[in-house]
Write a protein that binds this ligand. Structure first.
Ligand code: AMP
Length: 416
């Protein structure tokens, strides 16, 4: 037997309905905020990610599915969306005639991580990006959209963590202080973090190593190094969230795992998830357009992990009633009548009913059992008798009542 690849998952009937529920929610909520869908390729040139996410991040260093294609070009299966989306916005000049470009997406992403609960190698994200405004209103809009969606799904028990990385100037000042502090604790840091100290010290704040965490907890916080512009921006974001009555917690050591963020960063966490408790996050990325060869364009966005959201929905039982419904199950009592059930099924389907029939030529009893399994609301039963009289027997599956009606009157019955 050939097995699927480690860290990838088949989405089987029974589970996929939960995905449809989530996809529908994403469509509804993004529409409420005026966002339009964008789909970009899974394969991108490697530089789209190496130039943006940062050469010394886990994603680029260890986790990317990168290979040379048959033409010798280095390509990568996208590990996240924002960089690819920005590539597309620049290439297609999507910002040229709109004040603010509002986009959303949903799709598969790939990271070579160690699989565990809530962590896969092929996983799915949806997200939204608000492009062209440097104002705090757009940070707030993106956070409100994400928050609205979480509530729309019926999730109440979660935490929104918020921080600011400030502008470049603030980060440069902070970097000096952080390196100073970490140098004093160099010998206690994990090997990984020691390596990062020279290359990308901010990333150390992301370390999961227990000992590193103790050191990080006492490290200087970036929020104390924000210059005036950065403080004002962050202050306005908080004010806007307060006036919209969004609850958040300032998390001074939140930096997120990618290099392109500036100013606002945020993450959503749920205690329903266990070790991998972040189910979404995002932030502002004003420098990314320039890094990818476009003209400087401010932007802010978020991404949420579909698999983790579904784990939360399961934990709070929000998806228990989702199953595929069948309005009518058409049954015949002997093998010669199959063509009649197909005709009736087609007639009802063209009236938009959901109709199922047996394809195994099973017994009447087996067909009734199947109708029950599918939770069909009605059964239509055709026997020799009915064919002779040009009628059909209609059985209401919840009340058990049944009646024989003329075939030509079938269209007058409402099965839903
Ligand atoms: P990130 O931008 O890396 O924080 O990813 C945003 C969200 O995607 C996370 O909060 C997770 O919910 C989800 N995510 C990231 N990596 C994985 C993964 N390997 N497997 C499942 N979900 C993931």
């Amino acid at each position: 037997m050939i097995q699927s690849i480690r860290g990838t998952k088949d989405l089987l009937p029974g589970e996929i309905e939960k995905w449809h529920f989530l996809e529908e929610a994403v469509r509804t909520v993004t529409q409420r905020y005026g966002y339009k869908e964008i789909r970009t390729p899974i394969l991108e040139r490697t530089e789209v990610f190496s130039r943006s996410i940062g050469e010394n991040t886990d994603i680029v260093n260890k986790e990317m599915y990168t290979f040379l294609d048959k033409g010798g070009e280095s390509v990568t299966m996208r590990p996240e969306k924002t960089a690819a989306l920005v590539r597309s916005v620049i290439q297609n000049n999507l910002t040229h005639d709109v004040a603010s470009l509002r986009l959303w997406y949903f799709g598969p992403f790939f990271r070579y991580e160690r699989p565990q609960k809530g962590r896969l190698r092929q996983f799915h994200q949806f997200g939204a990006e608000c492009i062209s405004s440097a104002n705090a209103e757009s940070d707030a809009e993106i956070i409100l959209l994400a928050n609205h969606l979480i509530k729309f799904l019926g999730i109440d028990d979660y935490e929104l963590q918020l921080n600011s990385l400030g502008n470049e100037n603030s980060r440069a000042n902070y970097r000096v202080e952080l390196i100073n502090y970490l140098n004093n604790h160099k010998d206690e840091l994990s090997e990984e973090s020691r390596k990062r100290l020279a290359l990308n010290p901010l990333r150390i704040l992301d370390s999961k190593d227990a000992n590193d965490r103790l050191i990080i907890e006492k490290a200087p916080a970036i929020i104390d190094f924000l210059d005036e512009e950065s403080t004002t921006h962050f202050g306005t974001v908080k004010e806007l969230l307060d006036s919209a009555e969004v609850t958040y917690k300032i998390e001074p050591r939140l930096v997120r795992g990618l290099d392109y963020y500036s100013h606002t960063v945020f993450e959503f966490r749920s205690s329903a998830l266990g070790a991998q408790d972040a189910f979404g996050g995002g932030g502002r990325y004003d420098g990314l357009f320039k890094q990818l060869g476009g003209k400087p364009t401010p932007a802010v966005g978020f991404a949420m992990g579909v698999e983790r959201l579904i784990l939360i929905l399961e934990a709070i039982n929000a998806v228990k009633d989702i199953h595929h419904e069948c309005d009518v199950y058409v049954i015949c009592t002997n093998d010669k009548l199959y063509k009649h059930i197909l005709t009736i099924a087609e007639e009802l389907r063209s009236k938009s009913y959901r109709v199922a029939t047996d394809l195994q030529r099973r017994s009447f009893k087996a067909q009734m059992r199947e109708a029950g399994k599918l939770s069909a609301k009605y059964c239509l039963i055709l026997g020799d008798d009915e064919i002779e009289k040009n009628t059909v027997t209609v059985k209401n599956m919840s009340t058990g009542e049944q009646a024989e009606i003329k075939r030509e009157l079938l269209h007058t019955i409402r099965f839903r």
